[in-house]
Ligand binder design. Structure first.
Ligand code: SAH
Length: 347
């Protein structure tokens, strides 16, 4: 097993069977070797610096009905909100003062925040903060819309493919959605010039290990600049309310595998990971992640952006808790970087 890990570090790829065995292996020695190798690669590429991104959740209104998601259209229990342009700019102002140089605008697919409006917001941020990166995570759009947002000044786009297997995809999404279109969106984003992120939920209902191998192969082909991997966590008002949460250990292993496959890719230690255990963020970093995304949304709306139960948004998960995050990182020998932290193929 350790030879496979060495080979993955050197050659950046493995046969399907090797991935499968690594992911299902319960030997603690092997797992800690995997994390250690990934950590060494991260340290050699980025030093002990962790990039921070300020996450602004701009709307919890969504026209989609993804079965896993707490803000899905059919969930009538959600108190819906949408931020105004002024509120978003206020978040940026606060974030900039705290040291953030990347703002991530994430939200549901909200028709009342059409692309014209988003482009206007992006332009305003671009104008006021020319030294900052703007990341969007607003779901599927037309190629034209993506182009407009890029021209307005957005630099990066996060769109997890969620699962590459089309049968599995249909068990997680309503009929109107399909994996082919999601992949098309990802190709458009890359062609347009966005630094593009994709990724999956680990342990989503009906996920099989063979699906994860398909995800690894897809990501290998796409060559994204960012990879977001987080455990699935049930939300009480969705059809998946009774499903178990995904495995933290499996999530950590995948983070390490992707680090060894793509030494310089940007990998967040995700909020979902942090939500399943207070040491989740740090464990993600010790498995090879190099980005964290503290919550910069207004305090009044944070609780309303509930993608899953008990989503962490306070303490070190909050932008204003940056000092605490810094202290926690220091306990494992890392520190916050206030650089923009763009993707670089070679460092
Ligand atoms: N509307 C945007 C942003 C979605 S929220 C889009 O479609 O891309 C960002 C990510 O949260 C999703 O891509 C999904 O992977 C994750 N997510 C949603 N519900 C979740 C849940 N119940 N558990 C864990 N992650 C979840």
């Amino acid at each position: 097993m350790k030879q496979w890990i060495d080979s993955l570090r050197k050659e950046h790829q493995l046969p399907d069977e090797a991935y499968k065995q690594l992911l299902t292996c319960l030997d603690a020695d092997v797992t800690s070797y995997l994390h250690q190798q990934a950590r060494e690669v991260t340290l050699s590429c980025f030093g002990n610096k962790i990039y921070i991104r300020g996450l602004i959740e701009i709307s919890n209104c969504c026209r989609n009905d993804c079965l896993y998601c707490g803000i899905r259209k059919s969930n009538t229990q959600v108190e819906r909100y949408r931020l105004t342009k002024e509120q978003i700019l206020e978040c940026c102002k606060e974030g900039y003062a705290l040291g953030f140089r990347t703002f991530v605008l994430q939200g549901g697919e909200d028709r009342a925040q059409p692309v014209d409006w988003v482009a206007e917001v992006v332009q305003a941020i671009r104008l006021q903060y020319p030294d900052c990166a703007i990341t969007l995570s607003l779901g599927e759009m037309t190629r034209n819309d993506y182009e407009r947002l890029y021209k307005a000044g957005a630099n990066r786009y996060l769109l997890r493919h969620e699962t590459y297997n089309s049968t599995h995809y249909t068990t997680l999404h309503p009929k109107q959605m399909n994996i082919a279109h999601r992949l098309q969106c990802l190709r458009w984003l890359k062609e347009i010039g966005f630094q593009t992120g994709t990724g999956i939920m680990v342990g989503s209902p009906h996920q099989h290990i063979s699906h994860i191998i398909e995800d690894i192969r897809f990501i290998e082909k796409l060559q994204p600049q960012m990879i977001g991997i987080g455990p699935f966590i049930p939300h009480q008002d969705t059809p998946f309310a009774q499903q178990p949460a995904g495995s933290v250990d499996m999530t950590l292993k995948l983070i390490s595998i992707f680090r060894l496959m793509f030494p310089t890719v940007l990998i967040p230690s995700t909020t979902a990971l942090a939500s399943l255990g207070s040491d989740g963020r740090l464990r993600g970093i010790l498995a090879g992640a190099n980005v964290v995304m503290p919550n910069l949304s207004p305090a009044t709306t944070r609780k309303k952006y509930a993608l899953y139960n008990n989503k962490a948004s306070l303490g070190a998960e909050a932008a204003e808790g940056l000092d605490l995050l810094g202290k926690q990182l220091a306990t494992i020998g890392y520190e916050i970087s206030t650089e923009r932290g763009d993707y670089k193929k070679q460092l």
